[in-house]
Design a protein around this ligand. Sequence first.
Ligand code: NAD
Length: 298
Amino acid sequence: MTIGKLIDGKAFAAGLRDKVANGVAGFVQATGRKPGLAVVLVGEDPASSVYVRSKGKMTVAAGMESFEFKRPDSIGEDDLLDLIEELNQDERVDGILVQLPLPRHIDEAAVIGAIDPAKDVDGFHVVNAGRLATGQEALVPCTPMGCIMLLKDELGDLSGLEAVVIGRSNIVGKPMAALLLAESCTVTIAHSRTHDLASVVHRADIVVAAVGRPEMVRGEWIKPGATVIDVGINRVADIEEEGKSRIVGDVATAEALAHVRAITPVPGGVGPMTIAVLLRNTLVAAHARAGLAKPEGL
Ligand code: NAD
């Protein structure tokens, strides 16, 4: 039996971060300042705090300026909107990221909508979503952008391929489908109401799973030779060690390996790409704001 390949997202992300660091050096030379990324964290959610800390570290490692703004859970929406406006006006800030989720009393859409689209490095603002949907230059959400980079690296030209995206969220599924369409794939978006998901998945040359259900996509669903991108991050109890947990994706990787051409592992596949693309988006935003051409190879 042939075994498919595991796509090394960790290595690809490290290469991308190196390219970003080179681009940052060029930007500093051209402008005399570092690109800056501002991250806003509301509340004390431990997972969000870990993400924000690691984003800050990698931003600095890439040679950029990192600004962190921690605010208590109790912050009012108006105060948060004031902070966003300050960051919109701050010349040192090229990218603004508001760590989600926000507390329930704050309207997420209003906060994202307040970010200057030119600084919206998460690509969640409706202006960027609209630009992506209409094929214009946009800041694109980091996770799907990372997925398309891995797919193009593995497959080269994607045009004409049948792609199935499972999940229709604004941050992964929908922009993923738009990116695949822009690569001239024939795109299907499957979701919680889709009938007979196994058959839908079975026709795909490219499967992107972004659901949040541990190992939901089974190996036998996959068409032989398909390439699978597993976006899911699910914490499950470890059956081998009591009291311990481990992270699995939305795809049953061990089963899928007998069918796929290639698949991203979890962890070590899509996960590391997200922060690397965030840094890339910040550099791209900095260039655009400075009136410079997009850095080469990014
Ligand atoms: P979400 O909950 O917003 O969306 C999940 C989607 O899955 C929905 O559109 C829903 O219709 C679909 N769905 C639910 N049950 C289904 C079923 N039984 N069959 C088919 N479709 C079904 O989630 P999200 O924010 O898009 O994230 C999806 C997964 O990706 C999560 O595990 C999340 O942790 C992970 N994620 C990873 C990264 C990363 O950096 N690797 C980034 C973002 C999200």
